[in-house]
Design a protein. Structure first.
Length: 201
């Protein structure tokens, strides 16, 4: 017996972009990168503090490694948070606008978000090109700064693509995925919880 089809055509699982293999792999890779980078930050911080206060021998270049890892954590989670629309928001106008007003409000927010993400990505890519041309490295470990800027710019562009998809979906040019209730990515929630605990620690 075939499953019930919602009005408008294809079954729910086939209409959702979240079920795509490429998107699923990319999501897992970004979550894994976030978890590994955050674990590295907490482990390195613990070891650096331990060595500094007990043996007066801090880890050389720990500040540079942590700054690079923080950049990786922030920009790896950027597309994830953007695609799932889990940014921190202030609901001042929520419930005060009608259906059309709420639709226009979300359209404006998506357009501004797309412009911001694309601008950030472009500037970081240009910055990475300049840093590589000028051969800019960190002072202690001589880590190339240009590649990190390229990494951040690329993931900012990925976030811009995620916003573009949400915008196209909002305009009705793509079918909206059918959701059975509110579903959250438990891995992303676990990562956010670890991030908050780690940075407070």
């Amino acid at each position: 017996m075939s499953p019930a089809r919602p009005e408008g055509g294809l079954p729910g699982p086939e209409r959702s972009i979240d079920k795509g293999a490429a998107v699923s792999i990319a999501n897992k890779a970004l979550v894994f990168l976030c978890v590994v980078s955050l674990s590295f930050i907490m482990g390195l911080t613990f070891c650096d503090v331990f060595m500094r206060y007990w043996f007066a021998r801090p880890i050389t270049g720990s500040a540079e490694m942590i700054s690079f890892a923080i950049a990786i954590v922030v920009f790896s989670s950027f597309p994830l948070v953007t695609a799932t629309e889990q940014h921190i928001t202030v609901s001042i106008l929520h419930g005060r606008l009608g259906a059309k007003g709420a639709w226009v409000q979300r359209l404006v927010i998506l357009l501004i978000s797309l412009l911001c993400c694309a601008t950030i990505g472009r500037q970081l890519l240009l910055s990475g090109h300049m840093l590589l041309q000028d051969k800019q490295y960190t002072m202690v470990l001589h880590l190339p700064q240009g590649y990190l800027s390229y990494f951040m710019g690329t993931l900012s562009c990925v976030a811009a693509l995620a916003v573009l998809f949400l915008l196209v979906q909002h305009l009705g040019l793509l079918p909206t995925p059918v959701q059975e209730g509110v579903q959250h990515d438990s891995r992303l929630d676990w990562f956010c919880h670890c991030a908050s605990v780690g940075f407070l620690w």
